[in-house]
Write a protein that binds this ligand. Structure first.
Ligand SMILES: Cc1cc2nc3c(=O)[nH]c(=O)nc-3n(C[C@H](O)[C@H](O)[C@H](O)COP(=O)(O)OP(=O)(O)OC[C@H]3O[C@@H](n4cnc5c(N)ncnc54)[C@H](O)[C@@H]3O)c2cc1C
Ligand code: FES
Length: 261
């Protein structure tokens, strides 16, 4: 794991309360894979609780890694005010990411809100056929994928309030695909709110499709040392604890105890 002071190359607004930050580190960029995350120090002082987890959203030019974040509280508010040239302490890349899909396969990527971040990196790294379903609350939150360098896939959009694309939930778009399309996907990848992931778990179970999800949890250390991010999983029908930071954040959807989540 790399613990480094990285320089902010840019930090720009891309949608409502949503920012894209580019940070310089050849070491982190070289070791990063889709689904992994970094812990960013969002304040001064020694308190480890000042670090916040963010998925890697991509790498550029071999020495730059990207974070796409939404302002929700104190730490992300501070980040949004950081300027080009400032230095930020970053720990990472951490956790287990997605297994890249086979080149000849068909994947469906399902993103809910800012959960799109790790899926953008996955879409850029993979070489297979892809359908990208993205859901937002409203038109103002839509992340412009072209601006982020993702031109390979044209995303389908759903908004809760019907201001853009399909009016309704992104999981309804997924359900239509699974029931109406001729070609069944080989695998589904998802990241977003827990209710969305629960619905995807049910749908992929019903259609018997492999599915990997990236989970969020409160994280203090990010290294498997504090127990803060423990969740319940199932192994051979027994409940076991897993750390989202070290065993995940990407899990096989069918191995988690969804009733406890
Ligand atoms: C593996 C992982 C990857 C993530 N990737 C992204 C990403 O790519 N983009 C993005 O915008 N957000 C991502 N998050 C969520 C992000 O970490 C939180 O939004 C951020 O920590 C909030 O910090 P804050 O100080 O602004 O908010 P706070 O004032 O601390 O809290 C505001 C809200 O954020 C939640 N939160 C606070 N601290 C954490 C924490 N350490 N971990 C998780 N949730 C927290 C709280 O439950 C609360 O609802 C990810 C979380 C995890 C666990
Ligand atoms: S965040 Fe400390 S164990 Fe996972």
């Amino acid at each position: 794991v790399i613990d480094q002071d990285t320089k902010i190359v840019f930090n720009r607004k891309v949608a409502l309360k949503t920012f894209l930050m580019g940070l310089k580190s050849a070491d982190i960029a070289a070791h990063a894979s889709p689904g992994q995350f970094v812990m960013v120090r969002t304040g001064h002082g020694m308190d480890p609780l000042l670090r916040r987890p963010f998925s890697l959203c991509g790498i550029k030019k071999d020495d730059l890694f990207l974070i796409l974040y939404r302002v929700v509280g104190r730490g992300t508010e501070r980040m949004s005010r950081m300027r080009e040239g400032e230095k930020v302490s970053v720990l990472g890349p951490l956790g287990k990411g997605f297994e890249l899909p086979e080149p000849r396969s068909l994947s469906i990527l399902v993103a809910g809100g800012i959960g799109i971040a790790p899926l953008i990196f996955l879409a850029q790294a993979a070489r297979n056929n892809m359908i990208f379903l993205t859901g937002y609350r409203s038109i103002s939150e839509i992340v412009p994928l072209g601006q982020l360098g993702l031109t390979r896939v044209e995303p389908s959009i759903a908004t809760d309030d019907g201001t853009a694309g399909y009016s309704g939930l992104v999981t309804e778009l997924l359900e239509s695909h699974l029931t109406e399309s001729v070609e069944e996907p080989d695998e589904i990848f998802a990241c977003g709110p827990i209710q969305m992931l629960k619905r995807i778990q049910a749908l992929t179970m019903e259609h018997e499709i492999t599915c990997s999800v990236s989970l969020e949890a409160n994280m203090a250390c990010g290294l498997g040392a504090c127990q803060g991010c423990a969740i319940r999983a199932l192994k051979n029908r027994h409940k076991i604890y897993q750390h989202v930071c070290a065993d995940g954040p990407v899990f096989d959807v069918h191995t988690l105890d969804w009733e406890s989540l």
